[in-house]
Ligand binder design. Structure first.
Ligand SMILES: [Fe+2]
Length: 277
């Protein structure tokens, strides 16, 4: 597969956050229906930057779902989840304030990698944000993979790892809720760009299969440190009515909770994905 970085966009402007990842999109109103050319440009920017950002977009639930549907079906969380928006099972409420005992996503992770078919992307819209604080940090798993030695790449090729929701959500889910557990390649290939990316994360991965547990622990610990190197990262500073739309296949992210007791609040939609390969 050949993938080329887009040189220009017809309908939008894309301002890169770093040379490797992140792009702030301007020149588009996501509350209006989008043309095919606009959708095509967004697809190309998303593939190229792995995470795209929008400012000053006052989304309601329908706008939010419509944006997701330009990229695929909507991934719906189990119906017992207490954080669904009432009457809108596609919408997850993301909220932290003075009463919060934890926030979702503080550890580096790829969303729901414990699912057999994890969501390909997540669209987070925040209407209320602390100032300052509450940034989200993203790390490129393409860059992390590319920086490995050829020997390490060869060693990891073909290995699989178990991802278990108990690691991420074990303490916070309602009693009796079934928590998914899946096996995925340690190195996955992105279905759109054809690039390889590291696909183990501290938030969900328990162990690499088929090797002694001590060896798995040592390898994972090395990889978890490696994927956090600052040169692989970009950091997004939220303002009210901003959107971050990230690719779970090529990124990990971490939500920084440095703003207690302030409020950070909004909604998230996830887009269905395929089985990693
Ligand atoms: Fe997340």
């Amino acid at each position: 597969m050949t993938y080329e970085t887009p040189k220009t966009y017809e309908t939008i402007e894309v301002t890169p956050l770093t040379p490797l990842l992140g792009g702030e999109i301007s020149g588009i109103d996501l509350t209006k229906p989008l043309s095919n050319r606009q959708v095509d440009d967004l697809h190309r920017a998303f593939a190229d930057r792995s995470v795209i950002f929008f400012r000053d977009q006052h989304l309601d639930f329908e706008h939010h779902k419509t944006l997701a549907r330009y990229f695929g079906g909507i991934h719906i969380a189990p119906s017992t989840a207490p954080w669904q928006a009432p009457g809108h099972p596609e919408i997850t409420i993301i909220h932290a304030d003075k009463d919060s005992k934890y926030v979702a996503g503080e550890d580096w992770h790829s969303d729901m990698s414990c699912d057999p078919e994890p969501p390909l992307g997540s669209i987070l819209y925040l209407h209320t944000v602390p100032e300052p604080g509450g940034d989200t940090v993203f790390s490129s798993m393409y860059a992390a993979y590319d920086a490995l030695s050829e020997r390490m790449k060869a060693h990891l090729e073909g290995l699989t790892a178990v991802h278990d929701a108990v690691v991420g959500f074990g303490g916070i889910t309602p009693e009796g809720m079934k928590l998914p557990r899946s096996s995925h390649p340690v190195i996955r290939t992105h279905p759109v760009t054809g690039k390889k990316a590291i696909y183990v994360n501290r938030g969900f991965t328990t162990h690499i299969e088929g090797i002694p547990r001590a060896e798995s622990n040592a390898l994972l610990s090395y990889l978890y440190d490696h994927v956090q190197r600052p040169e692989f990262q970009c950091r997004f500073h939220w303002r009210p009515h901003s959107i971050a739309f990230w690719d779970n296949r090529s990124l990990q992210h971490s939500a920084i909770w440095d703003y207690f007791p302030e409020t950070r609040s909004g909604y998230r939609v996830q887009i269905s994905g395929d089985r990693p390969f």
